[in-house]
Design a binder for this molecule. Structure first.
Ligand code: TXA
Ligand code: MG
Length: 326
């Protein structure tokens, strides 16, 4: 399939979709659009195909992947739903909610997908192209974000190509990922919900839809339950400073609302718009000639919590353990 060592950007027509499915059938991971960020997808039943995802990303092997399905019956073959998980699935799927649930004994998921855990993270994406590919392929797809491990997540096909050029055969261009932040990840137990990663579905929305208490899981950095919780993550190559209203001369300022900046996540101060623009803005900052990046304060409410979570990781010190994830 590799005609050159350049990653091909496939147009999102029937031929492009067919080519993507063909590559996945052949065991080659392909960059695919989702409503959150672009994913690097492979057959979740094939350990060999999934190993190529880890290889292309340079991802630590202990970091498990999310399984993407197109309909609820596909999920029921893989995980044990409790009543609460089923009701949340009915409420939020298809969409940006990932649930960590017990793996069924006879599930065909390759063990490399879960990194040997007895749980699996699963979600039903809403992006029509992603859904079409899953349906055409017929099996669930394992897919992490389609970027080098530890770097900024991709919200366009070009971001994917720039991050993984030559390491994957192709990326299917489905336009801009409109949520712009990775899915919310929760663990759904019998008497509580644990928020493992904040995202587009806010804890307020979850609380409105579920009687269970929601606890925010804090990773200890050493033994990440959701290893996306590694402290340094989503990081541009330059150092990042947060909550800045007045930039210094050598800084590229990413503004918000009235703080204009060199770039602005949302001049009107809209948090959903800011989330959608966040990773593109970090990519632009990384490409700017400035040696440092500064970012305006983002309110800690609603999806602003997820934005601040990603920013905190982008700005975190990059020590031995964390830089080895990059
Ligand atoms: O929006 C998204 O979720 C995107 C798109 C492509 O769907 N995917 C994504 O995948 O963000 P990734 O691999 O970058 O993040 C997956 C997160 C990691 O933090 C991983 O540790 C966690 O999910 N995870 C996967 N399986 C898990 C499990 N069994 N228990 C706990 N956390 C798990
Ligand atoms: Mg990621």
């Amino acid at each position: 399939f590799f005609s050159s060592n350049e990653t091909i950007i496939l147009p999102c027509d029937s031929k492009g979709i067919e080519k993507a499915v063909q590559l996945i059938r052949g065991g080659y991971p392909v960059g695919l659009p989702t409503e959150t960020v672009y994913g690097l997808a492979a057959d979740a039943f094939s350990g060999e195909a999934v190993a190529r995802i880890y290889q292309a990303k340079g991802r630590p092997s202990f970091n498990p992947l999310i399984v993407h399905i197109a309909h609820i019956e596909q999920a029921a073959e893989i995980v044990e739903f409790n009543d609460e998980a089923l009701s949340l699935a009915q409420k939020f799927w298809p969409g940006a909610l990932t649930m960590v649930l017990p793996l069924k004994k006879d599930a065909k998921i390759a063990s490399i997908v879960t990194a040997g855990l007895d749980t699996v993270a699963i979600r039903m994406p809403s992006h029509p192209v992603m859904r079409q590919v899953i349906k055409a392929f017929g099996h669930p797809l394992a897919a992490p974000s389609a970027n080098k491990s530890g770097s900024i997540s991709p919200t366009t096909a070009l971001h994917v190509k720039e991050s993984l050029n030559g390491k994957i055969a192709a990326v299917l261009d489905g336009g801009i990922a409109d949520k712009g932040l990775e899915s919310t990840i929760i663990y759904v137990g019998a008497d509580e919900i644990k928020l493992l990663r904040p995202g587009p579905i806010t804890s307020e929305e979850l609380a409105q839809s579920s009687p269970l208490p929601i606890t925010e899981y804090k990773a200890d950095g050493q033994n990440p339950v959701a290893p996306g919780q590694l402290v340094s993550h989503y990081a541009p190559s330059q150092p990042v400073r947060l909550n800045i209203s007045q930039k210094e001369a050598d800084e590229w300022l990413i503004g918000f609302g009235d703080i204009a900046g060199d770039d602005n996540l949302s001049p009107s101060g809209d948090l959903t718009e800011a989330a959608a623009h966040l990773f593109s803005a970090l990519h632009r900052g990384e490409k700017s000639a400035y040696p440092r990046i500064a970012i305006a304060p983002i309110p800690l409410e609603g999806i602003g919590k997820a934005i601040n979570d990603r920013l905190g990781r982008a700005a975190a010190p990059r020590d031995e353990q964390n830089t080895s994830q990059r």
